[in-house]
Design a protein around this ligand. Structure first.
Ligand SMILES: [Zn+2]
Length: 87
C-alpha cells in the first residue's frame, strides 16, 4: 500500500475532496484577469476601467460549482411534479 501509485491516488482523492468542499463553501473565486480587483489600470495614465470578464465584481464562479449547478438542474428537471418552470 506504500507504493508511489497509491500515494498519488490518495493525493488526487484528497485534492478532489478539498475542491468539492471549496466549491460548496466558496462558490466564487477571484477573477483571473483582474486578480479580484475588478478593475484594470490604464497603462497610459492613472485611470482604470472595469474588468470585462467579471463586469467589475472581481469574482468568478468556480468551474466545479458550475458543473454542480448544471447537474443539480438536470436532476430537478428529471423529477416529476416540479412546479417550477422549466428552463
Ligand atoms: Zn475581473
Amino acid at each position: 500500500m506504500h507504493s508511489p501509485i497509491a500515494l498519488a491516488i490518495l493525493a488526487a482523492l484528497g485534492y478532489g475532496t478539498y475542491y468539492l468542499l471549496a466549491c460548496s463553501a466558496f462558490p466564487f473565486a477571484s477573477c483571473r484577469r483582474c486578480h479580484g480587483s475588478g478593475k484594470h489600470r490604464n497603462p497610459f495614465g492613472a485611470g482604470h476601467r472595469l474588468c470585462r470578464h467579471c463586469a467589475g465584481t472581481g469574482r468568478r464562479v468556480r468551474l466545479g460549482r458550475r458543473v454542480y449547478e448544471y447537474l443539480a438542474r438536470e436532476h430537478r428537471r428529471s423529477l416529476p411534479g416540479d412546479p417550477r418552470p422549466r428552463r
